[in-house]
Design a protein. Structure first.
Lengths: 256, 328
């Protein structure tokens, strides 16, 4: 049976370019944070209103942040493909550019969802997981899917333009930490949060994703989440378009 | 080699920036079963030409065809019929053996076929002992062999090899070239870029010499050598070193009697010239030697090597105004 090109590339993406240690670190780090931060901060922070304990607050945030983990892994695959001329090699073969791009985004999405599953497994013995309605589950997966496309598109667009591995991985790390820490993944925005910081937090798509997952966990799904999903969809469309444009004009000059 | 054209370029060109052409006015036809060598100095446009013909770059001028279809509109159907060994190393981060089968999987080669072909390639390219290693752990020559082996995992009608023998020892090179020649005899067309000119001389049916992005000459290696200014080489060796006075006399005689000669090499008892009228030069050298009481130990006329023809052709065009560095 001849598999469709996107699926063949997807299989390759999973097999090539990623070693087991990288995967353990990428998925293990947030799981580790849930356990360590949750255990250490819960007694200090106390109860966080409707969210309950700090660990209960943290888990949805870490689940939302998996969209970044997925995007980072795909960005890494793309960068290594560029560095080792596999992009050029594949484009001279039986693949179209959009198929390669689609496979990368599908890889992002799959990694993000695998991350969600791992976080859920880690969270289960600590705080348990709420019984979600199909709509809430769809909301969580949709939000993470859109977020993965947003960050995946952004990193791919950057990866198309940057020729230096040092610069690419520096930007990716800074972006990753900036987005995770200036969001509501680890802490809520309150009336005491400085205005500038609050403005940046609300300009960050990860905030909307974390809030949406949190709302779904608390069964507080409402119009705000629909608006958040719409904003995320709009932003994802923008970065996806950027990735497509960057891909169309991707040159095969040397990268280091 | 058959008359069936597999790829064609008509006035084909590519500019990385407006007005800065890496390749220009390329006219070329590649036939089924033909081995075509692309020669040129670094930056002459060889890699850009390969990228154009493999649809990796869209032409910015002229037209081209791959299997009868306009290069600008070529898609999967045409690319499935070509193989490309890039100048740069391309690899997946799995073992050598898995790289071969994974690549075959990408090309939809049935699993059983892929497995047996991988064994064949590992054997042919002497990679059996490193089959479980990751490609980046291989030596330079092994990596190059691996690149060629991997590309041969799928079927194709036209194979582009961009400097495939860089870093290979002479024996391995010979074996790979022999394998490629055999495949060409069975109908595979090959475009081959190299800096090792005797290798091109051995393997290629036709050769194109690129300079400054333009095709300066095309033809069979023998024709290129013969047509290169119509010149041949005359080598003469005397029984003793010539004196300074004889040396000056020889110069004067040659300048007077055969002004079109070019001295290639000269030592005390040996001279080598390139001359359009080699037989005339031989007669004059013989007469001059006798008149000076010298004896010719050896005198020979030979065709230029491909390297001499190449160097001569490229040197002639060294001052082309439109020379452009290949940005690739």
């Amino acid at each position: 049976m001849r598999l469709p090109p996107v699926l063949r590339l997807l299989v390759r993406n999973f097999e090539s370019n990623l070693d087991v240690i990288t995967l353990i670190v990428m998925f293990g780090q947030p799981a580790f944070l849930i356990v360590v931060l949750g255990t250490m901060f819960t007694p200090i922070v106390g109860n966080l209103g409707t969210s309950g304990s700090y660990t209960s607050f943290l888990v949805p945030g870490m689940i939302a942040s998996q969209m970044i983990t997925g995007a980072v892994l795909s960005g890494r695959i793309f960068w290594l493909d560029r560095r080792w001329s596999m992009v050029e090699q594949l484009f001279s073969g039986p693949f179209r550019r959009y198929e390669y791009l689609a496979a990368l985004l599908l890889t992002t999405l799959t990694f993000a969802l695998v991350g969600v599953g791992i976080m859920a497994v880690v969270a289960l013995p600590l705080v348990g997981l709420p019984l979600l309605s199909p709509l809430e589950l769809l909301d969580i997966l949709g939000t993470i899917g859109l977020g993965a496309i947003f960050f995946g598109g952004l990193l791919i667009a950057l990866g198309c333009r940057i020729r230096s591995a040092n610069l690419y991985f520096t930007i990716q790390s800074v972006l990753q930490y900036f987005l995770v820490f200036i969001s509501t993944v680890y802490y809520p925005v309150t009336s005491k949060t400085p205005f500038v910081l609050r403005a940046i937090v609300y300009a960050n798509p990860l905030t909307y994703a974390a809030n949406t997952v949190r709302d779904a966990f608390r069964h507080h799904f409402g119009p705000g989440d629909v608006i958040a999903a719409a904003i995320l969809a709009g932003l994802s469309a923008v970065t996806f378009t950027l990735a497509v444009i960057a891909f169309r004009s991707l040159d095969f000059g040397p990268v280091q | 080699m058959s008359d069936v054209v597999v790829a064609r370029a008509t006035g084909l060109g590519f500019a990385y920036r407006p007005g800065e052409f890496a390749v220009r006015n390329l006219d070329l036809e590649l036939h089924r079963g033909e081995v075509f060598g692309l020669l040129g100095r670094n930056g002459a446009g060889k890699t850009t030409t390969v990228r154009l013909l493999t649809t990796l770059l869209p032409p910015t001028e002229g037209t081209g065809e791959l299997f009868g279809r306009d290069l600008r509109h070529c898609g999967r159907a045409e690319r499935e019929r070509i193989g490309v060994v890039l100048q740069s190393e391309s690899l997946d981060f799995v073992t050598v053996e898995r790289n071969l089968t994974l690549y075959a999987f990408l090309w939809s080669v049935p699993r059983e076929v892929a497995k047996s072909r991988a064994e064949e390639m590992l054997e042919l390219f002497e990679l059996n002992h490193v089959r479980r290693r990751k490609p980046w752990a291989l030596s330079g020559g092994e990596r190059r062999r691996f690149q060629v082996a991997r590309e041969l995992m799928h079927e194709m009608d036209l194979l582009f090899l961009d400097e495939p023998t860089v870093g290979l020892d002479a024996l391995t090179r010979k074996r790979i070239l022999a394998y490629l020649a055999a495949r060409a005899k069975r109908g595979l067309s090959i475009v081959f870029t190299t800096h090792i000119l005797h290798e091109a001389d051995e393997l290629c049916d036709r050769i194109g010499i690129l300079q400054g992005g333009r095709l300066r000459a095309t033809g069979a290696p023998a024709d290129l050598k013969r047509e290169y200014r119509g010149s041949r080489f005359v080598e003469a060796e005397f029984d003793r070193p010539v004196t300074p006075e004889e040396d000056r006399d020889l110069d004067a005689m040659l300048a007077r009697r055969n002004p079109e000669f070019t001295q290639v090499a000269r030592s005390a008892a040996r001279v080598e010239f390139r001359a359009p009228d080699a037989e005339g030069l031989v007669a004059e050298l013989a007469a001059w030697t006798a008149s000076r009481g010298l004896r010719l130990v050896r005198i020979a006329v030979r065709e230029p090597t491909l390297e001499e023809a190449f160097v001569g052709l490229v040197a002639d065009g060294a001052g082309l105004e439109d020379d452009r560095e290949d940005a690739s």
